[in-house]
Write a protein that binds this ligand. Structure first.
Ligand code: PFF
Length: 459
């Protein structure tokens, strides 16, 4: 980002220096643990096929129009998400209370990052675990034991969680700067390349057909109402929408860049990476007698088996977990940015101070997740541990609710002339499609899914 002098229409926090840096930053936010760690395990727990189909529909029919809406509001408001929404609401002679959506998003970001950082910490730990040679020729017992000994040791996971939060807060305190762009430009293609190499391994050595059919053969009887809600929630989580992260990035986007094409590229890349991850992981799972319903440990148990059996596996493992940690880090930055931008504007404090305090709050919340796998693993609320509850509350309730309000705000409240100036002056097919999806399909879709899953609390 380059810094420009702030004026009434400008961004307080600087600008992206080019179209490509914005795309990379949004892609960096979208592609993360959600694609490689979370998507495969929730697909596994929810029976695969039909879940994957619903997830893809939610991504394109609901997530994509909301992504566009967020970038739009951010660019038009040019402030932190809460203030951007407030400013735009006032401009459209609507209630200031819309700022509440921005505030809710800031809270969601803080809560998500609290557990995201713990999982990212596991990934950091696995760089060293791979390097130490633990996984050479490993069988399923060894990988399962390694994972449990890491996740159940609160001291070790707390250490890695702390380290991850410090690295994230450091970058955010500097301003979401050019370093991010350079790093994403190099490391994202490397991550894709490595996933493709692993895909070849899975195709040759794994139960590839079983994996393929698990992921793509739609078995609707395996899909529950709750599973549909999880698929919807994940569409929000994976695209980073529903909490203002992308809105905060949109605030730094210069006026002349096309929002439509940027959004479509990001959504395609994000979906591609998630599907490839699933196609890498499930064939390995089936070939080695691992449990597809293993939950949050799935990636950490399946991939080390592949590395352990490949020539140069130690190096591949180290590189893979480094790239995964890196992908988590670029997402974590975007989870923290709205809260920090808000605190800077609200309390008129320096970025460094804001970053420090917010990092501290997130770190403390994160202890809940650290203990979910150790000291407090038996502490269940609504049948879930602290980590599952946090994930459920944020991904399946707060993000869809935030997204619902954002898309209604963008397509119904904001003046349509200003929208078309931002998106497409000639109001062509893309504009009309976006408006239709945003006004009808996305809100109705979210409401129907919410309605059908209201019985979730009775489980
Ligand atoms: N999209 C990120 C992932 O898939 O890992 C997670 C995430 C980042 C969620 C930013 C929400 C967000 F605002």
């Amino acid at each position: 980002m380059t810094n420009k002098i702030n004026n009434s229409k400008g961004s307080l926090h600087g600008y992206w220096s080019s179209r490509i840096s914005f795309i990379l930053a949004v892609a960096g936010s979208a592609v993360g643990l959600g694609n490689i760690w979370k998507f495969p395990y929730i697909a596994g727990v929810n029976g695969g096929g039909a879940f994957v189909l619903v997830y893809i529909l939610c991504v394109f029919l609901i997530g994509l129009p909301i992504l566009v809406s967020e970038i739009l509001i951010g660019r038009m408001g040019r402030r932190n998400p809460a203030s951007s929404m407030e400013a735009m609401a006032l401009q459209s002679s609507s209630s200031k209370k819309w700022a509440f959506v921005g505030l809710m998003g800031i809270l969601s970001g803080v809560l998500i990052l609290s557990y995201y950082s713990v999982i990212a910490g596991w990934s950091l730990a696995y760089i060293f675990e791979s390097f130490s040679g633990t996984f050479v020729n490993a069988n399923s017992t060894i990988v399962e034991e390694s994972f449990f000994s890491l996740s159940s040791s609160w001291k070790i996971t707390m250490f890695w969680h702390s380290l991850f939060m410090i690295i994230t807060a450091y970058v955010v305190s500097k301003g979401v700067a050019e370093g991010l762009e350079k790093a994403v430009r190099l490391l994202m293609p490397l991550l894709i390349l490595l996933l493709l190499i692993l895909l070849v391994y899975s195709a040759l050595e794994g139960e590839f057909i079983a994996g393929l059919s698990f992921m793509f053969a739609p078995r609707f009887h395996d899909l529950t109402a709750d599973g549909i809600l999880v698929a919807l929630g994940h569409a929000f989580f994976t695209l980073s929408v529903g909490m203002g992260a992308i809105m905060a990035y949109g605030a730094y986007l210069p006026d002349n860049m096309s929002i439509g094409r940027i959004s479509i590229s990001v959504v395609l890349a994000d979906t591609f990476i998630a599907l490839i991850s699933g196609l890498v992981i499930f064939p390995i799972v089936f070939a080695n007698g691992l449990d597809p319903e293993a939950g949050p440990g799935l990636v950490f148990m399946s991939l080390p088996m592949a590395f352990g059996n490949l020539p140069g596996g130690i190096g591949l493992g180290v590189i893979f977990f480094t790239l995964l940690s890196f992908a988590a880090w670029t997402s974590a930055i975007s989870l923290m940015e709205p809260a920090v931008a808000w605190a800077v504007e609200k309390f008129k404090i320096q970025r460094v101070t804001a970053s420090f305090f917010i990092c501290l709050i997130i770190w403390v919340f994160g202890l809940g997740t650290v203990f979910s796998f150790s000291l407090l693993s038996d502490f269940l609320l609504l049948g879930r541990n602290i980590f599952d509850n946090l994930d459920y509350l944020t991904s399946n309730i707060l993000l869809p609710l935030g997204g619902l309000m954002i898309v209604i705000f963008a397509s119904w409240v904001v003046n349509i002339d200003s929208l078309s100036i931002q998106l497409d002056k000639s109001r062509g097919i893309f504009f009309r499609l976006w408006l239709f999806l945003s006004r009808y399909i996305a809100p109705i879709g979210v409401m129907i899914i919410f309605f059908y899953s209201v019985n979730i609390f009775s489980t």
